[in-house]
Design a protein around this ligand. Structure first.
Ligand code: 8YV
Length: 311
């Protein structure tokens, strides 16, 4: 019998690729074309993909024997879970193992933005320090923090922020926690100096952070996004930064990443990272192990470790 194909749609570590090679014929393609699909599509049993890449619906349609989409990431907004389920395709992700890293990065962005660490670093490196001092930055301790989305990651961010100042949140529902709840993002923004986006991307959360929410955050407020670019209306964010309607933004994710609007890269009121919230050696190894656990369970016909339930 011919070996099943594991179709890999996004970059993975060399260790994960070697482990995939041991489990079938790994084919690495960004976008499989019609010719390849016609010749090989029927042999694809598993798609392995990243959180930002997912698996387009048309691709899933073109793979008649697909049984599993294994996402190397927690976000599953780029896979139509209902459509996959209707076609008998299971979808797994890697929840839990990356929570600490994403929360840690959020704290790094909060401190980096308020204390203006990117410009402090550049000031020393460029030699500008010999010619004068930097303008004063802003204090972190004592700020009011607002978290949009109190899921696993939002909760971990809240725990880390408690020693710094009062933490409030908004989300789909009130949780049994001792944090102030606000019914929507605009109400939370009014009560926050630092608004941190930790909500999963979905049709409901698309552009949740819009011009109104940014206006509510106000000229002294800053925005931090470690979730997905789609949750923030980027054009509204550009306008708010340029118009001084908010004080700044620290962003790990962008609507059209890896492309970032020039107004955002040129601004000295932004701190930017290239979607690295889970990008540590330890966490990427843990994510890879979970991807493999799911693939092994699928191949052996056992229950999957971390299946995403259909809606
Ligand atoms: C990864 C992510 O960058 O978990 C997610 O949803 O976006 C990130 O952890 C990505 O999935 C790596 O492929």
């Amino acid at each position: 019998m011919t070996r099943p194909i594991l179709l890999q749609l996004s970059p993975m570590s060399a260790d994960l690729e070697a482990a995939l090679d041991a489990r079938g014929e790994r084919v690495r393609l960004d976008t499989p074309d019609a010719g390849w699909l016609a010749g090989h599509g029927a042999r694809v049993r598993i798609v392995v993909t990243g959180g930002q890449t997912g698996a387009p619906r048309e691709l899933v349609e073109a793979l008649p024997n697909l049984g599993l989409i294994a996402i190397n990431g927690v976000g599953f907004d780029k896979v139509d879970i209902g459509h996959a389920a209707a076609r008998g395709v299971a979808v797994t992700n890697t929840p839990g193992v990356l929570t600490d890293d994403v929360a840690d990065l959020a704290i790094g962005l909060v401190i980096g933005l308020l204390r203006d660490l990117p410009r402090a670093d550049a000031h020393v490196r460029s030699g500008a320090w010999t010619r004068g001092e930097l303008p004063l930055a802003r204090k972190v301790t004592g700020r009011r923090f607002g978290i949009v989305g109190l899921g696993r990651i939002g909760s971990a961010i809240a725990e880390r922020l408690k020693p710094f100042g009062p933490v409030a949140y908004t989300g789909r529902s009130r949780k049994p926690v001792e944090l102030a709840f606000h019914p929507d993002a605009a109400a939370l923004a009014v009560a926050s100096d630092v608004l941190i986006v930790a909500a999963a991307a979905s049709a409901e959360t698309r552009h949740l952070i819009d011009a109104k929410v940014l206006a509510a955050l106000g000229p002294g407020g800053v925005l931090v996004n470690v979730a997905r670019g789609s949750v923030v209306d980027e054009a509204a964010l550009v306008a708010a930064i340029e118009g001084g309607r908010i004080a700044g933004a620290a962003l790990d994710v962008f609507e059209g990443e890896p492309h970032v609007p020039p107004e955002i890269t040129a601004s000295d009121r932004t701190m930017l990272t290239p979607h690295i919230a889970s990008a540590t050696v330890e966490t990427r190894a843990a994510m890879a192990a979970l991807v493999l656990e799911n693939i092994d369970a699928f191949l052996a016909g056992r229950p999957l470790a971390t299946p995403i339930p259909p809606p």
